[in-house]
Design a protein around this ligand. Structure first.
Ligand code: ATP
Ligand code: MG
Length: 554
């Protein structure tokens, strides 16, 4: 227990203190996505952090769509966000909310501020407002409309709501302090006129609240205690506090900022992912090369692996960037003991065992996972014609190549020793068939120890093999060129996708369904693609290769 106290992160420390001081009696957190794109790994961090805190303190977690800006919002995104949040295991129970359901209350809140003399309608143009705002070094200037009477403001604001003005003609501003050192406090705009159809409220409103005004109200309405957001809102906190104070909420929420999760050389920003989708560079928001939640799921990542990753990252107050290899480490760790290890020939070459009877089939008992007996044993058929992986044979091997080459003997995993006696090529010089002989005395499990071989390779029985397409992925970003070019566009890696159209996998894989995953021995973890795989044609995504230089510092 003592250890736990020591390792509490700064957010937990704030919450502990709030509970101790009686500021709040319970904990309520929320995840407030804007439905303007798919969620990504960074959002997963925010979801799991907020949900985890609610669980830890026996509190509540809300899911709330922050849909106050109709321009970019779509129901497609709402649906995907619901699906992804649920998949991650964050349970909002019956507390699913839409900020747009509070538009009426937000309007009333604005009227309340006007009545208090804390908000006014301003006729300055957007450029003028900017000019009057001042700079970091110079204070701003009061708007000539700042001292309108409460009655006039009430009337004008109602006119704004009733559609009397064109877009941008008038705004409602909070009356705070034009000389504040914090520019966010220089009479920020809290309502604007904008004729836009909203995905939820349709054309009911032609004025929309600004984020900095809407967000604290949303939190307060829901009784959120700790409103956790990312670091870029730190300078907005005084405004958040101003809004909840001036609106006189009892037990107002507290804003706490933490650093965003960034992955080195990986695109997370919605804006950039959207561009890749729109330009057809990727196959949708769930393209397995992306780090949207939908893409990670399709690629074969599990909620457990993402949870482990987020926990390893921890929460911090300063921005930093994490290596993608850490995410790979987490999925390997998660799948290691859970998934069967099967054999697959990805760039297959046929092997004929010349001295093995043509119609004979033997069945070898193979453990599904040597490190986890609970996964049981399967039977793998062995026969005269096999496939092996292309890179397990070389005509002229370099030194220290212990796999198959002319004259060399290797072990076929779980089966026999075989020796390469000859090979055939087609006109263009590609190897088409490798001829081997096998030694019956070397049968796996027979205790044979008269001689040893240095290499063990995997194989697939040719007549029973399941044909599949396998897709290998690299970062969508060209890491050498850097993530962005001079124009701010993504430098796309031309080799980010390799499609191996004709691979052969051992028969136990037949009938696999979307999201089923396996270790292909010596090659990596692979997952049945949920979009393109069917009963007729199996398609696998490589989730991650087996080897890594990544080391976890414990
Ligand atoms: P992006 O800039 O990637 O599009 P966003 O911040 O605009 O993300 P929102 O839908 O507004 O996306 O964010 C929902 C919540 O997720 C916010 O509380 C936000 O702070 C949090 N969030 C977004 N990106 C990250 C990240 N990289 N790491 C941690 N939390 C994040
Ligand atoms: Mg945003």
């Amino acid at each position: 227990m003592e250890n736990e106290t020591v390792s509490r992160n700064f957010i937990e420390q704030i919450i502990d203190k709030d509970l101790e001081d009686g500021v709040y009696e319970t904990v309520k957190t929320r995840f407030p996505p804007e439905p303007n794109g798919y969620l990504h790994i960074g959002h997963a961090k925010s979801i799991l952090l907020n949900y985890g805190l609610a669980q830890q303190y026996n509190g509540k977690f809300n899911l709330r769509f922050d849909d106050t800006n109709p321009t970019k919002e779509r129901t497609e995104y709402v649906d995907s966000i619901l699906k992804d949040t649920e998949w991650l295991g964050a349970d909002w129970e019956d507390r699913l909310f839409f900020a747009s359901d509070y538009f009426e209350q937000m309007y009333e809140a604005a009227v309340f501020l006007i009545n208090k003399g804390k908000a006014y309608v301003c006729d300055l143009s957007a450029e003028e407002i900017k000019e009057y705002r001042g700079t970091l070094k110079e204070p701003g200037k009061d708007s000539p409309y700042r001292n309108r009477s409460i009655e006039e403001n009430l009337e004008l604001f109602e006119n704004m709501k009733n559609g009397k003005y064109g877009d941008g003609e008038k705004v409602l501003r909070a009356k705070i302090d034009m000389s504040s050192p914090n520019i966010n406090m220089r009479d920020p705009i809290i309502y604007r006129v904008a004729r836009m159809t909203h995905h939820n409220t349709g054309d009911k409103w032609c004025i929309y609240p600004m984020y900095d005004f809407a967000h604290p109200i949303e939190d307060a309405i829901e009784g959120v205690t700790h409103s956790i957001c990312t670091l870029e809102f730190e300078d907005h906190r005084p405004l958040y506090e101003w809004v909840v104070r001036e609106l006189e909420y009892k037990n107002p929420p507290r804003q706490i900022e933490f650093a965003k999760l960034y992955l080195t050389n990986v695109v997370t920003g919605k804006r950039y992912i959207k561009k890749l989708v729109e330009d057809g560079i990727v196959d949708g928001w769930d393209d397995p090369r992306l780090v949207s939640i939908a893409a990670l799921r399709r690629r074969g990542f599990t909620p457990e692996s993402i949870r482990m990753f987020v926990e390893l990252c921890g929460v911090s107050k300063s921005n930093s960037s994490v290596d993608y290899a850490m995410l790979e480490y987490c999925i390997r760790e998660d799948l290691k003991l859970k998934k069967p290890r099967i054999m697959a020939a990805l760039n297959p070459i046929k092997v004929i065992i010349d001295n093995y009877p043509e119609d004979k089939v033997e069945y070898f008992d193979v453990p599904n996972n040597q490190e986890n007996e609970e996964l049981g044993v399967r039977k793998v058929p062995f026969c005269r014609e096999l496939y092996i992986s292309g890179d397990d044979f070389m005509e002229e091997p370099p030194k220290k190549y212990f796999r198959l080459f002319p004259g060399n003997e290797v072990r076929l995993m779980h089966a026999y020793f075989v020796k390469c006696v000859s090979y055939e090529k087609d006109e263009s010089g590609n190897i088409t068939v490798i001829h081997c002989t096998y030694d019956p005395a070397t049968r796996s499990g027979s205790g044979f120890n008269e001689r040893k071989v240095k290499g063990t390779i995997h194989w697939v029985p040719a007549p029973m093999a399941v044909k599949a397409e396998v897709r290998l992925y690299e970062n969508i970003v060209d890491e050498e060129a850097g993530v962005y070019d001079e124009e701010g566009k993504i430098n796309v890696n031309p080799n980010s996708l390799t499609v191996l159209k004709e691979c052969y996998i051992e028969p136990s894989v037949a009938g696999s369904k979307a999201y089923d995953s396996f270790q292909f021995v010596r090659q990596g973890y692979f997952c049945v693609d949920s979009k393109d795989s069917s009963d007729e044609k199996l398609v696998f995504n490589r989730i991650v290769s087996l080897k890594s230089s990544f080391k976890l510092n414990k």
